[in-house]
Design a binder for this molecule. Sequence first.
Ligand SMILES: [Zn+2]
Length: 304
Amino acid sequence: MPTPKKSRGVPKELLMLRALNPRMALADIDRRKYYSLEKGYQGEVMFDAITEGMKNNCIVVNDLLFKLKGKYFQTDTIIIFQKTIYLIDVKNFEGDYIYKSDPDRFCKNDTEIDDPILQLMRSESKLRQLLDEYRFNLPVESYVVHINPTFTLYIAPQNNHVILPTQLNRFIRKLENIPSNLNGGHQRLADLLISLDQGDYPNATKPTYTHEELKKGPYCSKCNSFSVSVGERKMVCNTCGCQEKLESAVLRCVGELRLLFPKFKITTNLVFEWCGGVFSKKMIRRVLKENYKLIGHGQWSFFE
Ligand SMILES: [Zn+2]
């Protein structure tokens, strides 16, 4: 069984877009970004489920952002075996793609898009430099894994770095058959990689929004509908029937506020207003007290 060393978190940028999407009309560029981040993330999660089921000895380290010589590079999945490191980039592309030549380019229909193999080769080179810096000299093998069953590649490039959806099972079996005995050195390597993780991109582009313009009120956690009925203990969605405990709905709203407005001080009144006045201040205050730390006294107090 592989040792999963680091699980994958939802990128902060995606969390923000998820929180904004029901509350405002996203600009085209943000909507496209949202769609592509969500799709990419879902693909990575699908691949994680596959690596978790692998039957041999290896360490899987997911979702790292490194800084090398002042520049950032990101890795989806690193699998450490006894003699090799696998660097895997997961793509969740849908539809028909082709590699064209003269000049070499990767296209969807007739539109050229960034070639995932070129991105992968850049990451591979940077990962090798990083390993070199810390005197680890395992060779790196890298692959782009296309996980979406509707992905079709008409002309594949002349190398073996691409794993198509139909080849995925065979690829995983190949990985499972790699003889691998890990020792403390491999463990130290995994710990080192995790310690170098920079978290979220510090300079990720942020959509613009203001507190005033965002739609207020709680929405259904399942279908995003704002049409909900608030009872004594539960909130029920009028659209899909989904039920949620009031405390959970309030905490979800507080989570959004903290994510979207990190500089705001969380107060009962702020949460009351954000929830569109549908929850009582008394209940909000109780939930805040039970889940956050009260700082200060009287009208200047807030929760952290
Ligand atoms: Zn619903």
